[in-house]
Design a binder for this molecule. Structure first.
Ligand code: SER
Length: 335
């Protein structure tokens, strides 16, 4: 059976993706993460490597034991963590990514076939500074002006993906490069099953989980702070759909995907409609507000819609009514 590698396998997206891939049963899933997986997650993987993608010994060991058809490279530090520790963010997000890209290229050489390399990029590659029309939905090529270490790292790996990728290369050039690099620029992601850590869009999921647990919460950005978001189910669907898309249909290597664009206050009010007693306030953290101010308020994902049929299943109302509120209730009530 074909093998697929998931880095950051124990992270938010990795967790969900492994469940979908394991259910599908077409791959042997090899996980890698800094943290030990739960026994349940471990059982879904044929192998799980606990360690750092900066550790060349670990990467060599993975390389010796496997030959991958596909890689989902999800490991990385998020934006707020990256601002607190920019050197570490650069190490992990750039050098770690290079290690995994090199591993995938060596596998492509062994297989004489490009390896599909899925990379999770972000709205953090954009910068709104000085934009006269900050409310518009940005296309992939507009305002690529990252201001955070995380955004800079993500954009650089997008560029390396084009450098090492087979897209738009002649047959001659394709002998030298061998990644089928495909990348999604994700908005903030909300899941009822897990919590992000160190991101700047985390206020959305943090409000939801705090309310469901009866905990007080102070949102760290202003009420009017608006961002694109999507639910985890749609994020995983986008990853799987793009990874399976016919290469001839793809007109680019980097695609925006979006679910819904909402302000912090809209999320807060929606949560209060179901958890009326919740104590959700505001206490703005300036460095995080500054990050949000630089990020797009909306994303244009028409290229993904046109090329590989992307459609989110969950708009804002459906996301909260049918998925997030019922799931988070179940999660914390022990049902
Ligand atoms: N969710 C990420 C973060 O907040 C953005 O892609 O850092």
């Amino acid at each position: 059976m074909a093998e697929v590698l998931i880095t950051g396998a124990n992270g938010e997206i990795g967790h969900s993706l492994i469940h979908f891939l394991a259910e599908e049963g077409r791959y042997q899933v090899v996980g890698c993460d800094l943290r030990e997986p739960t026994p349940a997650l471990r059982r879904l993987c044929s192998h799980f490597y606990v360690g750092n993608i900066l550790d060349q010994g670990l990467v060599d060991e993975i390389h010796q034991n496997h030959c991958f058809d596909k890689v989902f490279h999800l490991a990385g530090l998020l934006s707020s963590s990256g601002e607190k520790n920019p050197y570490l963010a650069h190490e992990v997000n750039v050098n770690g990514s290079m290690n995994i890209m090199k591993l995938a290229q060596e596998d492509a050489n062994r297989r004489h076939k490009p390896v599909v390399f899925m990379f999770t990029s972000s709205i953090a590659v954009y910068g709104l500074q000085g934009d006269p029309n900050p409310d518009r939905a940005l296309k992939e090529h507009e305002n690529v002006l990252p201001t955070t270490m995380y955004g800079i790292n993500k954009h650089y790996i997008e560029c390396l993906g084009d450098y090492f990728g087979v897209r738009d290369k002649s047959m001659e050039e394709q002998r030298m490069v061998n990644l089928d690099f495909r990348c999604l620029r994700f908005p903030g992601i909300i899941s009822a099953e897990s919590m992000p850590s160190g991101g700047t869009s985390d206020f959305g999921p943090e409000m939801l989980h705090a309310a469901a647990q009866g905990k007080s919460y102070k949102c760290f950005v202003k009420p009017e702070a608006k961002l694109p978001f999507m639910v985890m189910q749609d994020a995983v669907k986008a990853l799987l759909d793009l990874s399976r898309a016919d290469m001839s249909k793809l007109t680019r290597s980097v695609y925006n995907v979006n679910g819904f664009s909402v302000s912090a206050e809209t999320i807060r009010r929606r949560i209060l409609a179901d958890f009326a007693q919740a104590d959700l306030g505001y206490e703005v953290v300036p460095f995080r507000q500054k990050i949000i101010d630089s990020w797009p308020r909306d994303l244009d994902d028409s290229a993904a819609r046109n090329d590989w049929g992307w459609r989110p299943d969950y708009a804002f109302e459906k996301a909260f009514d049918d998925l997030l509120i019922p799931s988070v209730r179940r999660r914390y009530s022990g049902d």
